[in-house]
Design a binder for this molecule. Structure first.
Ligand code: MRU
Length: 379
């Protein structure tokens, strides 16, 4: 059974509700998510009491974005252990919920590995569950710290690339507090520039079809008080041509061993535009998003999503259904086939730099990525 309970907490506006939190009410442990399908119209908490409920939340994008998926996966294992489910089965279900963001499997493996190691030492299942929960909490803490370090490295890189000090940054999808234990990845860099008085404007791609840019990034930008403008994805070309973009900053779902970057569909066209217009194209991602076991871009599995997300349009305030719920208004003739990949892959030669918490890699090379990974394992 997929068990989810919905609590409306307060009206629109970034209220500081965490995107994800562990709670232990008397009825038993739960994972509480800020339901991202309902933003920005409503801030609604989704309470997951079991693993199928959490898998559904992942698949419907109530919880989303690579680093946050890692945390959801790790806490999901802890939830399974605390509720007495088979942890191996739960781990397989969670890791398979969405294929592209490598962080999901990473978080699941981390917590499940901690659980198994504890069981092998002969501790009780309850104690092993506590070990899995501690691993999830540690990943959460480390993710918040990684955000802060990426923001510092990213701002220093922007200052180096754009000495003028008044940056107009274009971003795609959503990479802020909603996807992280901290302030996010690419958005955290824009936020650091804003706080330093060096962000002139954040250009926010709406990010069709599920509008993570319009619904989520604009919501976070409004909450931070930065100057921002929303544009439809296909307006980006004319914005570059008008000389209005100084840099592109995006996140990543998986970075292959050759430096190919999978991110929200629409990222690759921005990289091509950036190259043509001699604008830096910068990827900001924690080391947990680097996947040395996937050799190249062609080997990255790109999630294909239901065609309904393209053939229908859903307003977030529709009762009983947020974005992607399939309860939308048709915008194409009945029976229309859709092409709906959730991600695309940008080759390394189009990426100016990858910013991680361990430092900046530019140019992007396989050897450089291996060094970053090795550095992160030493700390
Ligand atoms: O399908 P989503 O909304 O989970 O896709 C998210 C993205 O593509 C983000 O840009 C990516 O996860 C980086 S978040 C730091």
């Amino acid at each position: 059974m997929a068990d989810q309970d919905v609590r409306t907490t307060m009206g629109p506006g970034p209220s500081g509700i965490p995107s994800l939190r562990w709670d232990e009410p008397p009825e038993g442990p739960v994972l509480v998510l800020l339901d991202q399908t309902r933003l920005p119209a409503e801030e609604v908490e989704l309470v997951c009491t079991d693993v199928p409920g959490l898998v559904l939340a992942i698949q419907t994008l109530a919880v989303r974005g690579a680093p946050l998926l890692g945390l959801a996966g790790a806490y999901g294992v802890a939830l399974a252990a605390a509720r007495g489910y088979d942890v191996d089965e739960a781990a397989a279900l969670l890791a398979g919920a969405r294929p592209t963001a490598v962080n999901l499997g990473y978080g699941v493996r981390l917590a499940a590995g901690a659980y198994r190691a504890a069981v092998e030492k002969g501790v009780s299942r309850a104690e092993a569950g506590a070990v899995a929960l501690a691993a999830a909490k540690e990943l959460h803490r480390a993710d918040a710290e990684a955000s802060a370090r990426m923001a510092r490295h990213g701002l220093a890189l922007l200052d180096e690339l754009l000495p003028g000090g008044s940056h107009r940054i274009l971003t795609h999808c959503n990479t802020g507090r909603l996807v992280s234990g901290g302030e996010g990845t690419a958005f955290a860099v824009a936020l650091a520039a804003h706080r330093a008085g060096r962000l002139r404007r954040l250009w926010v791609d709406e990010t069709r079809p599920l509008l993570q840019g319009a619904r989520l990034t604009a919501y976070e930008a409004a909450g931070s008080g930065m100057a921002y403008s929303l544009l439809s994805d296909n307006a980006a070309g004319s914005l570059f041509a008008a000389g209005e973009v100084d840099a592109v900053l995006i996140g990543a779902d998986r970075i292959a061993a050759d430096g190919s970057v999978a991110n929200k569909v629409g990222s690759y066209p921005l990289a091509v535009l950036a190259k043509y217009h001699h604008v830096p194209f910068v990827v900001v991602a924690p080391v947990t998003t680097l996947d040395l076991e996937t050799p190249d871009g062609a080997s990255i599995e790109v999630e294909q999503r239901p065609g309904q997300e393209v053939t229908e349009f859903t307003a977030p305030q529709v009762p009983g259904g947020g974005w992607g719920s399939g309860s939308g208004q048709p915008v194409a003739p009945l029976g229309t086939q859709a092409y709906n990949p959730a991600f695309d892959v940008t080759p390394p030669e189009l990426v100016t730099a990858i910013v991680t918490e361990e430092g900046v890699l530019s140019p992007v090379t396989g050897g450089g990525l291996r060094e970053l990974c090795a550095r992160s394992r030493q700390v």
